[in-house]
Design a protein. Structure first.
Lengths: 111, 239, 80
């Protein structure tokens, strides 16, 4: 299915940035991409072609999309933002001592 | 030679991971729909039990309110860590601000941004939105002040002590409503039934609007503190 | 509807590739913001209004500001 292919591509792109890239900020960007891939897959997996899960006044309930995965995704997005902020803070503080954000230079390697 | 070997290894690993993902998706059962289970229960009886038109808000602040409490704790932990690492006794001055036209225009627009944030927070049980989204819009006001007027202005208008007080008030509102649930209804964070008014009005759905306000204050103040701590500190100035 | 979703998914993957492959951090952050914006419209197409609002506010707004403020105070030493 097309959604699964997009999930695999996005997740592997984020993993590639996390493993191969030497820039620390690019690693945080890769982490954000992996999160976004999982959230998007959960939302599109639970979409059964229904309506937005909000009742209308004085109308009978029609078929809704599943509200529980949407609530969990909402929780995850906010937590992802705060963890990204914490990681960037650690990078800023590390940069004050080493004057670089290259992973290998921080570890003392030169190539 | 060394670099080539590393790249080839990475490509092989990623291809193997892709194949593993693909095989997993082949084994995964199809989504059966909402015939049974907890989602079906929430969709059928969520409105009559909580009085909230928006079912996602009903899940977040009534059925799984303990999750939201844990999420608030995670944000509190992130704020504590960032402030602990980056705290300095300096007045941060990021810039002198932008031009006069931008400052005047922002002065006209700012009340409308605040109004939209308050609308999103208080109508969380009727329309899309809620405490988290409205709180982040509230934090955006502080961010725009720091960018356009320079962060010294933001410091004088909304000092960090005031933001800390806002965050404490939000967390105490959430916890207080949870403890009130023990005494009134018998369970922690149970919806307060005697507050329920006519469905569809602004003051309805039990304690959900009040929890929304608490979460909005907490998230907004917390993210504003995060951004305020992360902007550049250039020189020291007497406060 | 199908064609719109197809196009948006292609642009989503392209924005992610751009965000990973550029070496300069500023361009990566701009493309990450574009990625979040496209993701917002995809959430709206899948009938998840609350998630779309949260992604628009946090992913495209707050994350960009935090990343910008981080790269604005990172010093590159002269050890090239």
């Amino acid at each position: 299915m097309f959604i699964n292919a997009v999930f695999i591509i996005l997740f592997l792109l984020g993993f590639y940035a996390l493993i191969v890239k030497k820039n620390l900020i690019k690693m945080v960007i890769g982490l954000n991409l992996m999160e976004a891939a999982v959230f998007f897959w959960v939302i599109s997996f639970s979409d059964i072609g229904g309506e937005v899960a909000i009742h209308k006044l004085n109308e009978a309930a029609v078929n809704f999309n599943d509200p529980v995965p949407q609530a969990l995704t909402l929780t995850g997005i906010v937590i992802g933002a705060s963890t990204a902020a914490l990681l960037l803070t650690l990078i800023i503080e590390l940069n004050k001592f080493t004057d670089t954000i290259d992973r290998d230079e921080i570890e003392g390697l030169n190539n | 030679m060394h670099k080539n070997f590393k790249n080839i290894t990475a490509v092989v690993v990623f291809i193997l991971m892709g194949i593993a993902f693909y095989e997993n998706f082949q084994l995964m059962p199809a989504y059966k729909g909402l015939g049974e289970g907890v989602s079906d229960y929430i969709i059928r009886s969520g409105l009559s039990e909580t009085g909230s038109l928006n079912l996602i808000t009903a899940v977040l602040y009534d059925y799984r309110a303990f999750d939201s409490l844990g999420e608030s704790t995670v944000i509190f932990g992130a704020v504590s860590g960032i402030v602990l690492i980056l705290s300095r006794k300096m007045l941060p001055v990021s810039s002198r601000g932008l031009s006069f036209i931008v400052k005047r225009t922002l002065g006209i627009i700012t009340p409308f941004i605040a109004l939209f944030s308050i609308y999103v927070i208080t109508h969380g049980h009727l329309t899309p939105g809620g405490g988290f989204q409205g709180g982040v819009i509230f934090a955006a006001i502080s961010i725009i002040f720091s960018i356009v007027y320079g962060s010294a202005f933001d410091y004088r208008r909304y000092s960090p002590q005031m933001k800390t007080a806002f965050e404490t008030v939000g967390a105490l509102t959430f916890l207080g409503l949870g403890i009130a649930g023990i005494f009134m209804e018998g369970y922690f964070l149970h919806n307060l039934g005697f507050l329920t008014a006519e469905t569809g009005t602004l003051i309805s759905a039990g304690s959900i609007p009040y929890i929304n306000m608490g979460v909005g204050l907490k998230v907004g103040a917390g993210l504003a503190i995060i951004f305020y701590s992360m902007i550049q500190k250039t020189f020291k100035e007497e406060i | 509807m199908q064609i719109l979703e197809f196009l948006l998914l292609i642009f989503l993957v392209l924005a992610a590739v751009m965000a990973v492959r550029f070496d300069e951090e500023l361009i990566s952050i701009i493309f990450l913001s574009i990625f979040s914006l496209i993701l917002t419209s995809l959430y709206m197409l899948h009938k998840a209004a609350d998630v779309a609002l949260a992604e628009a506010v946090i992913g495209a707004g707050l994350n960009t500001a935090i990343f910008m403020s981080a790269i604005s105070q990172i010093r590159h030493g002269d050890s090239d």
